[in-house]
Design a protein around this ligand. Structure first.
Ligand code: SF4
Length: 422
């Protein structure tokens, strides 16, 4: 499967960079969770100093290649761009991507020697990697505990049509080589499993488990969980052949799975089945547009009631819904309409209704959703233990996880320095 988006040419990038107003208060930068100095890197494109531009971004966001392709710019930098008041916002992420596509990271990084203590980082996804980079820059020795391939969702799940493997793997290899003191292929689920070597710990496990529908027959053949499909697609394993697939959910993962299925089997039908209306879809605009462009259709206001089939799935019975009052999510709640059930014939169903926290780390205080509670400095209720990323915020973006990893690293450094002075 080919990557959907094409990179800017040099001419396009310079024309776009010249549209920037170089706002003195840089609202784009303020809207970026990683606080990337956007006007500075745009200025460097204008003077064709791409190496300098790359270093400016990398300093603020170590996942520069990954975010250059998959950061949801419409929710962050571009949403705040002053140029929108004149005509259209600067295409910031595409300029960012242009830089990464035309440069390589510096081979001779000048880092402080790693003379300080080891810090345990549990989880090698975006938050864990960002924390490791910041700690190593300060002379600490980050040790990452990760059972799977380093990189988390961008490396293991985001589809090749948006993020080719060579791009994400190149990025992770660079971080691994330069910033990580040690990796341990161990799944840590309790602080007791760590030895006395670590005075500080950062928990960034993400949300490893998927939510399932509480309806009959979710275990029939032909019913899959979304991440299973995405993980396989990432390593080149095609989903089973189908005539008509239904993807249940309305978030980014649901839309991404639908696009992957449709692009793998363009002559088959793929329908997203969502219990609210189009307006309440949680997926980013770009994900929705990509799904529509690839030929995915939508069945809105449909609440799954029962999956039908004998051994194999044959379809799903859904109840038509109307929207009631706003619920805890801030969106209008779908209410079933009596006697409105109908059957959608399907030979493949993918459940994509979200992720949940695993029941790890009994020592750590959590909220009712199982997410770790942290203070403003990302510290938990256990001294020396910090947490960040999806396990704290719930499902969030890569750049938000990077921001949390950086913030946690800053707090860990303060904590470690403070301990020495006790
Ligand atoms: Fe340029 Fe837009 Fe940022 Fe202003 S807000 S500096 S116009 S990118």
């Amino acid at each position: 499967m080919e990557e959907i988006e094409k990179t800017f040419s040099k001419e396009q990038a310079i024309v776009e960079a010249k549209r920037c107003l170089y706002c003195y208060d840089a609202p784009c930068q303020a809207a970026c969770p990683a606080n990337v100095p956007i006007p500075e890197f745009i200025q460097s494109i204008r003077t064709d100093n791409l190496k300098g531009a790359q270093e400016i971004i990398r300093e603020a966001n170590p996942l520069i290649e990954i975010c250059g392709r998959v950061c949801p710019e419409e929710s962050f930098c571009q949403s705040a761009c002053t140029r929108a008041k004149v005509d259209t916002p600067i295409r910031i992420r595409e300029l960012h991507r242009y830089i990464t596509d035309n440069t390589n990271p510096s081979e001779n990084l000048e880092l402080k020697p790693a003379t300080k203590e080891k810090v345990a980082i549990i989880g090698g996804g975006p938050a864990g990697l960002a924390c490791a980079v910041e700690l190593r820059r300060q002379g600490y020795k980050p040790v990452i505990f990760e059972k799977k391939q380093l990189g988390g969702i961008p490396v293991n799940e985001i589809s090749k049509i948006r993020l080719p493997e060579n791009i994400s793997q190149k990025e992770v290899k660079f971080i691994h080589h330069n910033f990580i003191y040690q990796t341990k292929d161990i799944k840590i689920t309790s602080l007791k499993e760590l030895n006395e070597d670590f005075k500080a710990v950062f928990i960034a496990t993400g949300l490893p488990d998927e939510l399932n529908l509480n309806i009959p027959n979710t275990t029939l053949k032909g019913v899959y969980q979304a991440r299973e499909i995405l993980k396989k697609a990432k390593v080149g394993i095609k989903p089973q052949i189908f005539k008509r697939a239904g993807v249940i959910g309305g978030g980014n993962v649901a839309l991404e799975v639908a696009s992957v299925l449709k692009r793998e089997y363009p002559n088959s039908d793929v329908e997203v089945i969502y219990r609210r209306s189009e307006k309440e879809l949680k997926a980013f605009k770009k994900e929705i547009e990509e799904a529509i462009d690839s030929g995915v259709t939508f069945q809105f206001l449909a609440i799954p009631k029962e999956i039908k089939g004998k051994e194999r799935v044959e379809g799903v019975v859904v109840t038509r819904a109307h929207l009631g009052e706003k619920d805890a999510s801030g969106r209008r709640h779908p209410e079933p309409i009596p006697h409105s059930d109908f059957f959608i014939p399907l030979d493949l169903i993918v459940i994509a209704i979200g992720q949940k926290a695993s029941n790890f780390f009994p020592e750590i205080e959590k909220d009712e959703r199982g997410l770790i509670k942290v203070n403003d400095d990302m510290s938990t209720n256990v001294k020396g233990v910090f947490a960040g990323g999806d396990i704290v915020k719930g499902p969030s973006t890569i750049v938000e996880s990077v921001a949390q990893g950086k913030k946690a690293a800053e707090s860990i450094v303060k904590y470690m320095e403070g301990e020495k002075n006790v």
